[in-house]
Design a protein. Sequence first.
Length: 334
Amino acid sequence: MTTTSGTAKRGRAGGPYALLMVTMVLWGSAFAGSKAVVAQVPHSVGAFLRFGFGAVALLLALALSGRRSPGRPGAAARGGWLAAAAGVLGVFAYNGFFFWGLSLAPSLDAGILIPVMSPVLTSAFLLLTGRERAGWARVTGLALGLAGAAVFFLGAGGAGAGGSSRLLGDLLFLASAACWATYTLIGPRILAGVEPLRATTYATCAGALLLGALAAPDLADVAWRELPPGVWLNTAYLAVGATAVANVLYYRGVGAVGPARASLMMFTVPVVNTLCATLLLSESFGPLQATGALILLLGATLAATRPRLPAHRPAPSATLSRRLRSSGDRAPLS
């Protein structure tokens, strides 16, 4: 017999996963949405529009939340500056490569390479530096992931798949994944003690300012009055939905179920992106790229879902345990 308390517990457990699933849909659709914007404006301008408006939306969300910085004012100010510095890598560099890649390659490629290669690169670094122990399953998963990426790039370079332009775009997506992997690794230390919404807001604002400086030379080349209304609707969706709302929902989900379980939801992003790119933009894979994508996804899933073990056998302290678990606690800004 099911009790009322048991039903309530299941409801509370399902709520965070519903928030995370909404987040993954917003992020997965953002690849195709960003590609549609880049088709109308220079890639630098597209990146600035999305994160410029996204910064405004996050500032408004922070103001409406009424939350104050925890701790001493000096520590809060230092945390704010560090969060802004993290935005140079996690927002500016990441999206600089991402939007540049979108001007050369389909969003379908971005939605596979970035969310799947980021955890592969993160795990590879942790194993190579000895911060985590290499079990056979994780090594096999990483090897499959790297092999799948190689096959994917070979497919992208073929004449039927788009040639050198698509290959260059995919390499830029790989650079985006490397930026996010680095941000994931350094983020917990840099952003320690800063409330997630505040940290995301500061990082987005700092990155948006730099993206604005990068876009400045191209702003005069845009025929603003001739842009179709769809561009502005798409930009508003990307800024508010895929940037501001998605980050807030993600951190609420992470707070409820933990970063390890939340990070596994990331593997739904390529599925959502594939549906959006094929249905809305009529993009497609070649056979070789599709094979590489499947191998890459299989390897990344195997590497990410295995238990992460510390480099040494003694049980880690509570602080180290939190640090190891926090490696997944960074929301992608795709």
